[in-house]
Design a protein around this ligand. Structure first.
Ligand SMILES: C[S@@+](CC[C@H](N)C(=O)[O-])C[C@H]1O[C@@H](n2cnc3c(N)ncnc32)[C@H](O)[C@@H]1O
Length: 214
């Protein structure tokens, strides 16, 4: 990361930085580097790319353009080492949310109560904020309902869960999609800063939902 930092800092302006950024993006998508370097490229792209956005095309290729940061920082050893310590002994499973049921049951022979935090793709607030797809498969209202059914089962089995999502009443008070769907559970509205919005003037505070069964 230190090498990338010093090379990037030497490039004077956005025009000079562009070929460097897109070259690293190509390399990230081709996976023509070691896994450690690939992780480093992810940090670089996340910090130098537009608004820290993560988005891929239909072929699963990262396609976020370069951002306009004056001097992004790619080196934060302390944070990486702390994350590494916290994650040691942790299993990261790349599975669909339905897999939570298996984790709670088959993979939990002692039947210990388990805590689940669900952070699914947010339901869009209006037509123009239709960004729900971080990956090539989108997440629609049917998926939101399926996730709720998983939450019901976990609840019946004595597990605890917390779920975050957008508050569809922000711009349309009559759109009570989640209030209706999760009726009977605890629904809290919290203020959240929205950083990812193509229109800078539309950044600011908005309500989001925290829904839980405990
Ligand atoms: C709001 S983001 C979560 C961000 C994450 N909590 C973080 O802090 O980086 C929603 C995530 O849900 C994932 N996702 C989409 N469909 C899914 C599914 N069927 N099961 C599990 N995860 C899914 C997306 O790939 C995306 O990473």
């Amino acid at each position: 990361m230190k090498l990338i930092q010093s090379e990037y800092d030497k490039l004077e302006d956005k025009e000079a930085k562009q070929p460097f950024y897109y070259d690293k993006r190509d390399s990230f998508n081709k996976r023509d580097v070691s896994s450690v370097e690939h992780a480093g490229l992810f940090i670089f792209l996340n910090r130098a790319g537009f608004n820290g956005l993560y988005r891929v095309n239909k072929n699963n290729g990262f396609n976020v353009p370069i951002g306009s940061y004056k001097k992004p920082n790619f080196v934060f050893e302390d944070v990486i080492l702390k994350a590494s310590r916290l994650l040691s002994g942790v299993d990261i499973c790349n599975i669909s949310f339905e897999g939570a049921l298996k984790l709670a049951n088959e993979d939990n022979p002692e039947g210990l109560p388990t805590f689940f935090y669900f952070d699914p793709p947010y339901k869009p607030l209006n037509d123009s904020s239709s960004f729900t797809s971080y990956a090539k498969d989108s997440f629609n209202d049917d998926d939101q309902v399926k996730l709720k059914l998983v939450c019901d089962l976990l609840d019946e089995q004595g597990h605890q869960w917390l779920l975050s999502n957008s508050d569809t009443t922000n711009f349309d008070v009559t759109n009570t999609f989640f209030d209706d769907l999760y009726e009977g559970y605890k629904i809290e509205r919290v203020k959240a800063s929205r950083n990812i919005n193509s229109k800078g003037t539309k950044r600011g505070q908005i309500n989001e939902l925290l829904i839980r069964n405990y």
